[in-house]
Structure formats: structure tokens, C-alpha cells
Design a protein around this ligand. Structure first.
Ligand code: HEM
Length: 143
């Protein structure tokens, strides 16, 4: 009887073990970006880089930077599958009438890439985040 119980426990253990090995670890884009800490670092570096860019920074002359920072962190967390829900304005409402050119948009994306390079985000992860942001492009340029 004891042998049967021991055998059953062993089988259950081994089944559980192989199930663990088969299913890959849960790894969302949010995790790959380093969670809230990583996203906050990327955002802070991005804002720093915007501050150094003559063309892009002029759009931010009247901006409440603290709000921009908080909403961008929240948005990046949301689109990457993190535990946040973006509560800011729509991309169309925010950027309309800013008359953002294609070149300025591309430059801003370059600054985000640079921020991700500085904070050590691998290129495959960078591309995943850029793919999430790409559909927003038509709402941002020349609205
Ligand atoms: C995929 C690209 C972009 C994303 C994801 C993005 C995202 C955001 C977010 C989340 C906000 C805050 C919204 C809120 O306050 O409710 C914001 C605001 C802003 N964005 Fe963008 N943005 C992008 C591209 C750009 C570009 C290309 C420019 C200019 C060159 C720009 C200029 C601004 C400015 C000036 C504000 C602050 C608006 C204000 O003062 O109320 N953004 N953006």
C-alpha cells in the first residue's frame, strides 16, 4: 500500500516537473522592458534626449512635463501588457494642431530608440515596442 502511494506521488511529481519544462516561462513585453522600473528609466532618458533636440523640444515649450512623463510611462506600461491602463488623452486629441512633420516624428522615434539603447534594451525587444506604437503614427503626424 505504502509503495503504491509512493509511486503515485512520484508520478505526480514527475508529471508536474515535465509540465513545467514544456510550458515556457511567462514573459510579456512589459517584463522584457524591465517592468515599471525599466519603463521609467526609458521614459526619463527619452525626455532628457528630447530636451537636447532643438527641433523636437520646441513642441514641448508649454508642456506640463510631469504629466507628460506620467502619461507616457502609463501608456508604455499599458501597450506592453503591464498592469496599467492608459488614462491620458487620445493620440489624436493630444497631437492635433501641433503640425508635427514626418521628419519630426521619425526623429522622435530615433530619440526613443536612443533612450532604449542607453538603458540596455535588446534590439528585438525595442522592435516589439516600436511595433506597438507604429499604428499611432497617422494620429500624430499633420493633424
Ligand atoms: C509614437 C509616438 C508618440 C507617442 C506614443 C506619444 C505619446 C504621448 C503621450 C502619452 C502624451 C501625453 C498625453 C496626455 O497628456 O494625456 C503625449 C503628449 C505630447 N506629445 Fe506625444 N507621442 C508621440 C509622438 C510625438 C511627437 C513626434 C511629438 C513632437 C515632435 C510629440 C509631442 C508631444 C507633446 C508636445 C505633448 C504634450 C502635449 C501638451 O502639452 O499637452 N509626441 N504624447
Amino acid at each position: 500500500m505504502t509503495k503504491i502511494i509512493r509511486f503515485t506521488v512520484l508520478v505526480a511529481f514527475l508529471t508536474g516537473l515535465s509540465a513545467c519544462q514544456i510550458s515556457p516561462p511567462r514573459n510579456t513585453l512589459f517584463d522584457e522592458l524591465g517592468g515599471m522600473e525599466g519603463i521609467t528609466k526609458i521614459t526619463d532618458e527619452f525626455i532628457y534626449e528630447i530636451g537636447l533636440d532643438r527641433n523636437v523640444v520646441k513642441h514641448f515649450a508649454d508642456t506640463d512635463l510631469e504629466r507628460f512623463r506620467n502619461k507616457l510611462i502609463e501608456q508604455l506600461c499599458d501597450v506592453s501588457g503591464g498592469p496599467c491602463q492608459y488614462s491620458g488623452d487620445t493620440m489624436l486629441d493630444v497631437h492635433k494642431k501641433m503640425n508635427i512633420s514626418e521628419a519630426e516624428f521619425n526623429r522622435t522615434v530615433d530619440l526613443l530608440i536612443s533612450a532604449m539603447n542607453v538603458t540596455g534594451i535588446p534590439h528585438t525587444t525595442q522592435n516589439k515596442l516600436l511595433a506597438k506604437l507604429a499604428p499611432m503614427r497617422p494620429d500624430i503626424i499633420y493633424q
